[in-house]
Design a protein around this ligand. Structure first.
Ligand SMILES: CCC(=O)NCCS(=O)(=O)O
Length: 349
């Protein structure tokens, strides 16, 4: 039985699950997102090249992926540190940092932030979406990928002794590519060996979450210990959502704070507002899924930091929790979503 059994693995070592407190299960503290750059609309090239400024803020909020500098969250370590101190003051305890290979994971920075702020940080093992896979990664067998992921959890990643405490976010596109399928199978095999939590980034299609779960299931993964991210831009029809929920994964609404007219990555999608996210959580609770819900902001660009006029890492604790309570979600259910469910998910079997 691995030493992680019954514990949560943070970048500073193992902790007791009760030490986690309120936990955002899907954030990024340092990463780059150039792989997802969207060319600006004709006429917007000047805005896309300008430094971030108050007078451009609305444009930036609506076109976050067309501004190159905005995609470099790794340049904001000091601002993120300030945010984490505010997050603690607001009652936050832990953050799952989902940056995986391909989007510039930086484990020494995560360790430094955990030391300086007292926030428990859990790092992610594995690989982001296909466009970020190296030729070397693409050529690897499932067995080799499994060994690498297991090693990142048991011994440390990126040449450090800093160990990951979850596998993911594992990136998938739509349709899921062959290289991503291999990574999903390796994820399931590693999870079988380790009894660890897994988190998946689905492609931008309503069929994507179910397809990723089926691949994990067929490879022996433990779906009850797996999170499906980004449901707030993936499945909108209530009946289809309940069909997906029946598959048994955690259901994560992790784009709180993102309110956009046009979702740049899929213009067919009408992105939920925060009010609609809260309504969806209330719906899932009524349908009996309160033990399966997780929430976060998935901050991955500069403009969502308070330094740039964004909502920051404390938005859920400060603004969304009161809204949840005002819409009939009980304090006990809020505590399940913020404390108990993350604890169950993050504890190694
Ligand atoms: C690395 C951050 C990330 O993948 N965020 C998801 C954005 S979205 O696909 O839900 O728009």
């Amino acid at each position: 039985m691995p030493e992680q059994s019954g514990k949560v693995q943070t970048v500073l070592g193992l902790i007791e699950p009760d030490q986690l407190g309120r936990t955002m299960t899907h954030e990024h503290l340092t990463m780059t997102f150039e792989c997802s750059h969207v060319p600006p609309a004709p006429g917007d090239e000047g805005l896309a090249a300008a430094s971030i400024a108050m007078k451009h803020l609305h444009w930036l909020q609506q076109n976050p992926y067309s501004h190159h500098e905005n995609l470099l969250l790794n340049q904001e370590i000091e601002a993120v540190k300030e945010e984490l101190l505010c997050y603690r003051k607001a009652g936050g305890g832990s953050i799952v940092e989902n940056t995986t290979t391909g989007i510039t994971r930086n484990l020494p920075v995560l360790r430094q932030l955990a030391k300086e702020t007292g926030v428990h940080i859990i790092a992610g093992a594995g690989y982001y979406v296909d466009v970020t896979h190296s030729d070397e990664t693409r050529k690897m067998t499932v067995e080799k990928l499994t060994d690498i992921i297991v090693n990142e959890v048991l011994h440390g990643a990126d040449g450090t002794d800093i160990r990951c405490g979850v596998i993911g976010e594992i990136g998938t596109s739509w349709p899921i590519t062959e290289s991503e399928k291999k990574v999903l199978r390796a994820t399931a095999h590693a999870q079988t060996q380790l009894g660890c939590p897994v988190i998946i980034h689905p492609g931008r299609n309503k069929a994507a979450p179910g397809e990723a779960i089926r691949i994990l299931q067929e490879a022996g993964g433990d779906i009850s210990k797996t999170v499906m991210s980004h449901l707030d831009r993936s499945i909108f029809d209530p009946r289809e959502l309940l069909e997906f929920a029946k598959m048994g994964s955690y259901l994560e609404y992790d784009l709180f704070g993102t309110e956009v007219l046009n979702y740049q990555f899929n213009l067919d999608v009408d992105m939920l507002s925060d009010s609609q996210r809260v309504q969806t959580l209330a719906f899932l609770i009524r349908e009996g899924y309160e033990d399966r819900i997780l929430v976060a902001h998935d901050i991955h660009t500069k403009h969502r930091l308070t330094k740039y006029g964004g909502h920051g890492f404390s938005h859920i604790l400060k603004n969304i929790v009161p809204k949840m309570l005002s819409r009939g979600i009980t304090q006990n259910q809020v505590d399940k979503i913020l404390i108990e469910n993350p604890k169950q998910w993050l504890t190694f079997k």
